[in-house]
Write a protein that binds this ligand. Sequence first.
Ligand code: HEM
Length: 124
Amino acid sequence: MEEQDIYSVIGEGGFENLIAYFYRQVPDDEILGPLYRGRDLAGAEQRLREFLIFRFGGPARYVEHRGHPRLRMRHAPFPITHAARDRWLRLMASALQETNMPAEAKQILWTYFESTATAMINRT
Ligand code: HEM
């Protein structure tokens, strides 16, 4: 399985479930909750979901609506420390655990999440 095969393997529903599980944990999290306070959580959920669908071989709706991803630039306004990165990954790990996609798909997504979340760190 390659990165670009993920969408055909897990479909819209696979991404929907994963990202819904992820965001369900955000508001009450003591590190991530404050970053999102007062923001449009449903919109944030949709943006992450659509981005991942695009990134892993599905329709490019994210790019049509938002343009080039430029993820590091888009995260610059938010203080992302090492601890925030660790917490983001922990919530994503439990979301992955809740889904029943094939183990190989989980592995590919996890490898991507680990390196990309690290790249988002922008504060010490
Ligand atoms: C694999 C790692 C990550 C990916 C793929 C990712 C992806 C995204 C995407 C696509 C957006 C929407 C950008 C836009 O169109 O405006 C976004 C927004 C955001 N991300 Fe991340 N992100 C990652 C890691 C993190 C981490 C580690 C944090 C902080 C702990 C974080 C916090 C936020 C916040 C606060 C927003 C603004 C919410 C909003 O869209 O309104 N992200 N992220």
